[in-house]
Design a protein around this ligand. Structure first.
Ligand SMILES: C[S@@+](CC[C@H](N)C(=O)[O-])C[C@H]1O[C@@H](n2cnc3c(N)ncnc32)[C@H](O)[C@@H]1O
Length: 667
């Protein structure tokens, strides 16, 4: 299913959203409440939420199931993220005559120009036309946009979707990839102020004539423009099926199923007729002088406006947004920009640079590519280099085996990479030891292969490499920040157990990126009994199909997975023991002792020396001695707590094994 989703990512759904939600909810509802083990997560950077699971359940139950108020649930959950710097608030500004309360974003701290709101992110997912029609029918399409690039309607998801539009907004969109955005502050924001963005010039009808933002109100524009001005603005009122409360239907192309099944949209929606970004900026710059006059003039009170309509200095049909000078200089990323008009796409194609539409997948692929590249290099080196070099290589401990069934194009891409790509030192490689990003050299290539080349799809990324690197570093920081917010690793760790994973040092990470040498899976040992972990053990623990598990196990040993949570700690037997008794099997060393064969005397002696009798005080009920079949080797369990071989008493202590093969099976 995972791979299916990945393959479909360019079609209708964005796998990142799905996989992240899936990880989160399986963590909360399955791992924590139902299963005795932690399921494997699709995202390497998944961390168990800081919010106690019970609390989450309570919030969901109370707000969503009982009170049917999902926004309250969002608010409450955000309360657990005080670092976010924003919260979801409510406003009646945008819905008109108090008809409906809408959500808005409110700053919970002061923000300064240039700040990035890294926890305020949004995703764009393509929408099936039928779903789109459903949303529209149910008046739930307020977060739907038409993408000319994708030629379909898109759903704008995530907390960022609660940002309302202002013609002089205090934030702008910046991209985190093709389908992901966050915000950059372009005007000082004080605690308690609304966080706004600029959707586009015609989002709320022609020239945003329906815009209700505070700037429009102050400037008597948009919805607040004098009636005469509004009448001169061509608006398609027949679509205004909700008396002006539903603006989104005006500006985005209604996506009918028939349209969708035909070849590229013959019609140009209003959204598609957006000026290009450059035009937008240019126009705004031209208008800047005019608008500065407007801004300087005092805002007329509403009462005066009604009695004596202000004559707008601008042509009535084109009430211009009073976007600030700073904003106009910046490359503003509007929603139109995000979704992409043709012009934007052309300008974006100027420079090809790798910008992933799927950073997580990229990280994973990068890791494999890097490792595979290194593997190939190693083979070459092994053929050519001296024995000393070989020995050095063998000291490195990384291997990645790519399953050809799953990563069919990996080999060809590796070849491409070798032919065309120089691997510059990743800017993050030595600074982010706890991030898989650090193992992903930045690849810039002119290759046409879609798998390899990540197209530039918006002008935002028409930057110099320095800027790009800076963005990338910021993204790394973001991942780090997110990690900082998480206290508990999601897999194979329990809240009451100590952190046992050894985090590789920076130097080790750097070293590991150089060369590879196969590492046997058997290198993983159970932390309790120190036996090597077998693939079968892992299978049993994850309850997965063996072939899948092998694949996962392979990934787990990949360089990127050095930092993943998924790593079995105990063999199944010890895991079970731990789950039941929350107790390790410290220094478990099992000694074999041949019992006297068929000797009544020896059996008696053994009974009298039974360790069970000596195990006191005992936290568990006295244990019953099992009958040992004659001439069967048994394990002598030490009963002296000081002894290194001492095994704490538990029902599992009764287990008698016939031979070595059974050691790792459950009793
Ligand atoms: C992406 S949502 C923003 C969050 C929205 N307020 C909510 O409650 O979900 C876009 C919708 O917000 C409203 N909106 C945002 N900014 C607006 C503005 N300046 N004027 C009028 N409506 C606005 C419109 O209803 C629009 O369809």
């Amino acid at each position: 299913m995972f791979m299916d989703i990945i393959q479909q990512q360019n079609n209708l759904m964005d796998f990142k959203v799905l996989s992240r939600y899936d990880d989160l909810f399986t963590d909360i509802f399955l791992d924590n409440l139902f299963l005795w083990f932690n399921t494997i997560k699709m995202n390497n950077d998944h961390r168990r939420p800081r919010v106690p699971n019970q609390k989450i359940l309570d919030i969901i139950q109370r707000n969503i199931l009982e009170n049917a108020r999902p926004m309250d649930a969002v608010n409450e959950l955000l309360a657990y993220m005080p670092n976010a710097g924003y919260e979801v608030g409510d406003t009646r500004r945008y819905c008109g005559s108090g008809r409906r309360v809408e959500a808005c974003l409110v700053a919970t701290k002061d923000w300064h120009v240039g700040d990035e709101m890294r926890l305020l992110t949004g995703m764009i997912a393509c929408l099936d036309p039928k779903d789109d029609a459903e949303l529209k029918k149910g008046n739930r399409d307020f977060s739907v946009m038409w993408s000319t690039r994708k030629n379909c309607s898109c759903l704008f998801l995530g907390p960022a979707r609660f940002a309302n539009h202002d013609c002089d907004s205090n934030c702008r969109f910046i991209s985190l990839g093709q389908n992901s955005i966050t915000f950059k502050v372009v005007k000082e924001i004080k605690l308690g102020e609304e966080i706004t963005v600029y959707y586009g010039k015609h989002y709320f009808g022609e020239n945003n004539c329906e815009c209700r933002c505070i700037t429009c109100e102050k400037q008597s524009m948009g919805f607040f423009a004098p009636l005469e001005t509004k009448e001169n603005t061509p608006i398609d009122y027949k679509e205004d099926d909700l008396c002006g409360t539903r603006r989104s239907t005006r500006k985005r192309k209604p996506a009918l199923h028939e349209d969708y099944s035909q070849t590229p949209s013959p019609r140009k929606s209003k959204r598609a007729s957006l000026d290009s970004l450059e035009d937008l900026i240019g126009q705004e710059e031209k208008q800047l002088q005019m608008m500065s006059d407007i801004e300087q003039s005092p805002t007329p009170p509403v009462s005066i406006k009604e009695e004596e309509p202000i004559i707008n200095p601008l042509p009535p049909a084109t009430p211009v947004s009073p976007t600030s000078e700073r904003m106009s200089r910046l490359k503003v990323m509007t929603i139109g920009f995000l979704c992409g008009s043709d012009e934007e796409e052309e300008s974006a194609a100027v420079e090809e640079r790798r910008v992933s539409d799927c950073p997580l997948l990229d990280l994973l692929v990068d890791a494999v590519m890097d490792a595979e590249y290194l593997n190939v290099q190693e083979k070459k080196a092994a053929a050519a280099a001296a024995a000393a070099k070989k020995k050095l290589l063998q000291d490195q401990q990384i291997t990645v085996v790519v399953n050809p069934d799953i990563h069919r194009d990996a080999a060809s891409r590796v070849l491409l990479q070798q032919q065309k790509t120089v691997l510059p030192a990743s800017p993050t490689s030595d600074s982010k030891a706890d991030s898989a990003v650090s193992l992903s050299p930045r690849l810039i290539t002119k290759n046409e292969d879609r798998c390899w080349r990540r197209e530039m799809d918006d002008g935002l990324f028409n930057k110099q490499q320095d800027e790009y690197d800076e963005e990338s570093r910021a993204l790394d920081d973001f991942f780090d920040d997110v990690s900082d917010l998480s206290s508990v690793s999601s897999s194979w760790s329990s809240e009451d157990e100590e952190e046992e994973e050894v985090i590789p040092t920076k130097s080790i990470v750097k070293k590991q990126t150089k060369t590879v040498t196969p590492t046997p899976i058997q290198d993983l040992t159970c932390i309790a009994c120190t036996r090597p972990l077998k693939k079968q053990d892992i299978s049993e623990q994850v309850g997965a199909d063996m072939s899948i598990t092998n694949e996962l196990a392979t990934w787990t040993w990949s360089p990127s997975a050095i930092f993943t949570d998924w790593r079995p700690k105990r063999c199944p037997r010890c895991e079970r023991h731990f789950t039941i008794f929350k107790q390790e099997w410290p220094n478990r060393k099992i000694k074999k002792k041949k019992m006297a064969v068929n000797s009544k005397k020896s059996r008696k002696a053994k009974k009298s020396n039974s360790p069970v009798k000596k195990l006191s005080p005992q936290p568990f009920p006295p244990q019953t001695k099992l009958e040992e079949p004659p001439s069967t080797p048994v394990y002598q369990i030490q009963d002296d707590p000081e002894d290194l071989n001492y095994i704490p008493p538990s029902p599992l202590s009764d287990v008698v094994y016939d031979d070595d093969e059974d050691h790792d099976t459950f009793s």
